[in-house]
Design a protein around this ligand. Structure first.
Ligand code: HEM
Length: 403
């Protein structure tokens, strides 16, 4: 139960924005972001929950994410100023954050990821083969949720036969909105289920170590920071964050990419006729459809780009405000594979920039290449819906082609 604070003096607007709005039709979240940005820069004040800033300008978003001394990530969901959870490493600030980053970086480094390429490509081909002759699929269930999750579970050392259960916990944690989970009980239950599962898995690996294991969970038993063993509670908080960051982000990014390509045949034909454009096309798709809206809390009173921010104010930094900012790109809300500069911050910026970006990029490139080689011509059926919030993505995407 929250009280609405008056909008701070000097801030132009206060209105009914929500950190996690109820589900809507596909692309509505991006359209909402575009409308707020068109009305107000560099921020609007949201009356959602206790009230918070929503930054609407790409440069301001970049500047906030790059200054953790001004904007702490101790709070990541802007309408939850006192979170009853502590995701590691994303909710730690430097210098506490730095050794964690080094610890995790090794598992997701470009070298490690490169070694996975052939296996990941074979997996993509195999999964597409399950439904290609059918001439149709529900892309989210049949492909997008299966492919990256299978890879992620291998990296983590988690059993693939529990994928359904993992996805249901993921759904409880990441896909709730203010109507479906007003008191946060569904999200907290999801997090408790994941932590409980990891707790048991760690106990089992301790009792029966797997020889020469290279996966994260097996390794976590021996993690040290500054020469001291990491406490079990921190290991669990870190595994929880990896679970949330790694399990459905790639699926969500893929959902918007395939929706665009299903509905823009000219762009699709370019990929089919010249697959060498895929890495560049992917960056442009990621620039135009940034799925993450992250949050922070102010560490001090300040004039932040003209906004009278008070210590303890929370803020949302929607990365879509940056990627779709027409101050940075002409026709920013349109996808244009001929655009030369496609440098985006859809993987974040500053000390918390995505640790999984090398793996995510490889997976996304492989999918765009293999999908269009095996199913070059396809169309959208029906009207997909989406969930928005911290990570937005389509709920379903029905596609059809001639087998
Ligand atoms: C297209 C897919 C992905 C996107 C768009 C994405 C986006 C992001 C963003 C924007 C952040 C920074 C959030 C912030 O600053 O508050 C982040 C952090 C992170 N991501 Fe990703 N991510 C993706 C895939 C992955 C994957 C596959 C993994 C792991 C296997 C992963 C692991 C992480 C981790 C561990 C962090 C926290 C880094 C830190 O706190 O230092 N991500 N991601």
């Amino acid at each position: 139960v929250t009280q609405v604070r008056p909008a701070p003096a000097g801030c132009p607007v206060a209105f009914g924005h929500q950190a996690a709005p109820p589900p809507g039709l596909a692309m509505e979240g991006f359209q909402r972001v575009d409308a707020w940005r068109a009305q107000n820069r560099p921020a609007v004040w949201s009356e959602d929950g206790p009230g918070y800033w929503v930054f609407t300008d790409g440069e301001v978003i970049l500047s906030g994410l790059q200054q953790p001394e001004l904007w702490s990530s101790r709070v990541m969901v802007p309408n939850e100023p006192d979170p009853p959870y502590r995701w590691i490493p994303i909710m730690l600030d430097p210098p506490e954050h730095t050794p964690w980053r080094r610890l995790l970086g090794g598992y997701l480094s470009p070298g490690r990821v490169k070694k996975m390429a052939d296996g990941n490509r074979a997996l993509a081909i195999e999964i597409i083969g399950r439904f290609r002759d059918r001439g149709e699929c529900e892309f989210m269930t049949d492909f997008a949720r299966v492919f990256p999750s299978t890879i992620f579970l291998q990296v983590m050392g988690m059993p693939i036969d529990k994928l359904e259960e993992f996805m249901s916990w993921e759904d409880m944690i990441l896909h709730q909105d203010s109507q479906s989970d007003p008191d946060m009980s569904i999200r907290m239950n999801g997090m408790m289920a994941v932590m409980g599962y990891f707790g048991e898995l760690i106990a089992e690996r301790r009792a029966h170590p797997v020889e020469d294991a290279e996966d994260i969970v097996s390794d976590a038993l021996g993690w040290q920071i500054d020469g001291k063993p990491v406490e079990d509670a921190d290991v669990l908080n870190c595994l929880l964050l990896l679970f949330m960051a790694g399990l459905d982000t790639v699926a969500s990014q893929l959902s918007y990419a395939l929706l665009h390509l299903a509905t823009h045949p000219d762009d699709r034909k370019r990929i089919v006729s010249d697959p060498s454009i895929v890495p560049h096309a992917l960056e442009e798709l990621m620039r135009a459809f940034p799925i993450v809206a992250t949050g922070r809390v102010a560490t001090q009173d300040m004039d932040f780009h003209g906004c009278p921010v008070k210590a303890g104010d929370t803020a949302q930094f929607p990365l879509a405000m940056a990627g779709r900012d027409e101050k940075a790109w002409a026709n920013a809300t349109s996808v244009d594979f001929d655009r030369e500069d496609v440098r985006h911050i859809s993987f974040g910026a500053g000390p918390h920039r995505c640790l999984g970006s090398h793996l995510a990029r490889q997976e996304l490139v492989i999918v765009l290449e293999e999908w269009h080689r095996l199913i070059p011509d396809y169309e959208l059926v029906g009207t997909p819906t989406e969930h928005a919030g911290g990570v937005s993505g389509l709920n379903e995407l029905q596609l059809r082609w001639t087998p």
